[in-house]
Each structure stands twice: as C-alpha cells, then as structure tokens.
Ligand binder design. Structure first.
Ligand SMILES: [Zn+2]
Length: 167
C-alpha cells in the first residue's frame, strides 16, 4: 500500500476505501447516494487528538483526481500518523457520478479520455442545500464533530489539467 495511485484505481474506489481498515483506519458509512451507493467517511489518527482536519473529495465528480488523492492521503497517514491530529475524510462524495466517470474510462487512460469525462453536477455549489442526499449526509456527519480545525474540499482544474488538484 501507499504506492502511487493509478487512474484505473477509479474503478475500485470502494475496495481501496475498505482496505484502509486493515491499515488501522476507521471506515464508517455515513449515508447513501441517490442511487443507493454507500458514502463513506474514513478517519485516521489518535481519537483523543486535539486537532481535527476534515476533507471532502469528489463533490465535483469529473474532477477524478480528488478521490484518488484522498485515498492516497489516507494510505500515507496510516503509515505515518501525525500524533496530534485526527484526519476525517470523505473520499468520494458523489459516488453515483464518480462511478459513471470510472465506467467510462478505457483500459489505457489517456489525457483525452480524462478531459472527456463529463458526468458532473454541482454538489459543491449545493452543499448547504437539501438538493442532493449526498450533501445532506455529509453535513449531518460534520455536525457530529465537537470542533473542526481545518476543512478542505478537494477539486481539480478538470478541463485544463485533470491531474492537477487543489483544495
Ligand atoms: Zn470542482
């Protein structure tokens, strides 16, 4: 584990999420998508940590680097935990549309195939509304925290550079 992620890993995101359990992460199903797919939150680090960092990836489903980055972060953190911080991450917020994009990927992924991924809706823009059950589930999960010291939402400049991600 901890190896570099590959584009093909988009086809096995749920497996990769479950595998973080074996590395010591807590995997929790926090809700269900509109089409019935599980939405997971994965937490790593000391439960008594004084700092909590929350990250949500995949609110824009075509920005497929974000879920891969989230899982890579989780793998790295399970190997090299930062004692005073607990990291709580939703690796795939829009599981329905991310899986559509993953299904569209051929065996040999090219830049053009990544640029052509087009299953996306604006969960980020509707995050605070009740439009999407995914956003409602994630917001309810966020309410369980006593405090959140930092919050990141992972995105990429999809149409320009699908491999460049930002928060
Ligand atoms: Zn975005």
């Amino acid at each position: 584990m901890g190896a570099a992620m590959e584009w093909g890993d988009l086809k096995q995101l749920d497996t990769l999420i479950q595998q973080t359990k074996a590395l010591g992460a807590d995997v929790e199903e926090i809700g269900v998508s509109g089409e019935g797919r599980a939405i997971y939150a994965v937490s790593v680090g000391d439960k008594q940590a004084t700092r909590t960092v929350v990250t949500v990836a995949g609110l824009h489903a075509a920005e497929v680097i974000a879920p891969l980055t989230a899982i890579s972060i989780l793998q790295t953190l399970t190997e090299n935990p930062l004692p005073p911080v607990r990291f709580c991450i939703v690796p795939v917020a829009d599981t329905d549309f991310v899986s559509r994009n993953a299904n569209d990927l051929p065996k040999n992924v090219t830049l053009q195939t990544l640029l052509n991924l087009n299953h996306q809706r604006d969960l980020e823009g509707h995050f605070t509304t009740d439009t999407y059950p995914e956003c409602v589930a994630i917001r309810q999960w966020l309410e369980h925290f006593d405090r959140i010291d930092a919050y990141f939402s992972l995105h990429s400049a999809h149409c320009i550079s699908p491999g460049l991600f930002f928060m």
